[in-house]
Ligand binder design. Sequence first.
Ligand SMILES: NC(=O)C1=CN([C@@H]2O[C@H](COP(=O)(O)OP(=O)(O)OC[C@H]3O[C@@H](n4cnc5c(N)ncnc54)[C@H](O)[C@@H]3O)[C@@H](O)[C@H]2O)C=CC1
Ligand SMILES: O=C(CO)COP(=O)(O)O
Length: 421
Amino acid sequence: MSASTRQPIQWQQCPSSTYTPRHDAVPSSSSSRLSMMMASNPSPFPVRIAVMGGGNFGLAMASTCARQGHPTTILVRDQEVADEINLKHSHPRYMQGIELPHRLRATADPKECLPDATYIIHAVPCQYSRKFLEGVKEYIPPHTPILSVSKGIETTSLGFMADLLKDCLGEDRPLAFLSGPSFAREIVEGVATAVVIASEDLDLAKDLAALISDGRFKCFTSTDVIGVEIGGAVKNVIALGAGMCEGLGLGTNAMSGLVTRGCNEMRRLGLTFGARPSTMAGLSGVGDTFGTCFGPLSRNRKFGYRLGQGETMQEILESTTEVAEGVDTALAVVRLIEKECKGYRLDLKYPILFGIARILEGKQTPAEGLEALMNMPMQMENFDEGRARLTRSKVSSKSKKIEVEDSITQLETAVDGAHTA
Ligand SMILES: NC(=O)C1=CN([C@@H]2O[C@H](COP(=O)(O)OP(=O)(O)OC[C@H]3O[C@@H](n4cnc5c(N)ncnc54)[C@H](O)[C@@H]3O)[C@@H](O)[C@H]2O)C=CC1
Ligand SMILES: O=C(CO)COP(=O)(O)O
């Protein structure tokens, strides 16, 4: 289709400002700053949403917003793809067989959708985000809130999406993070989905949750940004391991053991970074881990399955266009642990994360990784819990204190033994 026949997008201009809620799509039950403001002063500006990243999840978020009637534009890389979305309501590669909402508009031109967006959703895979943002940041006004849905740790900076977005778009940028068990295809099909939106600014999280939620897509809110981000990144690594379990032909016992111990490592890492235990046990932590490890749609799980079946990294990478975020995140997370966590033999405190990274680096096979896990030194199931409890809550009874100290001694003896072996 030629540029002259393309339908122009005509949106009312919206003045840029600091994050002052200004959309008019919040139910009266919301207690956020926006709904209180709306009661006395209805907003003159309709909400406009721009979605950066025209892949599976960008399409899912854009479809969710568009089907609720919010003017939504998705920024894709090729004008041909934009034309197909605008004219045929389909995507040439993603969401095969699904008709996208007719209200959804697409463009390949950032100038057309970013400058006057009320909210921008960021759905570009973590490792490509910095380069992508460098290319479009001049079109994003300084205080437009960004909702990131990407899950990962950048291999170059070892930062989470919050760090990366602040680096690229400014420290004062209003930011929120959506995560949880949410396969793109199920969202577009309108199958019930529950996620969490976290932001340091709870009002922003509430406004976004109210804006995006409908009877099929339910958003909870949180202020635990680091907890939500750690869950979203680490669950992809655990899903690679779950896929390997399946590929190796192991049974339900092995799979359940691996996923549970993987969640244990996720929780340990989360607590080290100041996340709340309840977040690690919530939708973005254990919830998304279950979805990704057990769901047939997961790309990370599929990638792990192929490794478990004996394919090499190179063979898999050469034969897929799908992004498995867990691959780069696995390599980044062990380096992050080595950089930020105290202690030696951290690989014994995070054996699954380190083991998966070793497999991806070609240093051991999935079968060898399994053998190493099964032959770990004996330890308390929750060896670190005692230490946390001891420092936090001034253990009152003498016997309790001895029990706690015993568990620490056991761990340190085990670690020492492994270290000298
Ligand atoms: N697909 C899903 O079900 C879910 C994905 N996510 C997260 O959303 C983020 C985006 O994932 P998907 O949309 O599934 O990925 P995808 O692989 O389907 O699409 C990625 C899109 O990013 C954009 N992009 C920009 N620069 C790029 C570059 N240099 N290389 C590749 N793509 C580039 C392109 O529009 C591309 O289509 C990821 O962090 C993923 O973990 C989160 C929840 C569910
Ligand atoms: O994050 C997801 C579901 O919540 C998607 O997982 P995959 O990237 O493994 O497909």
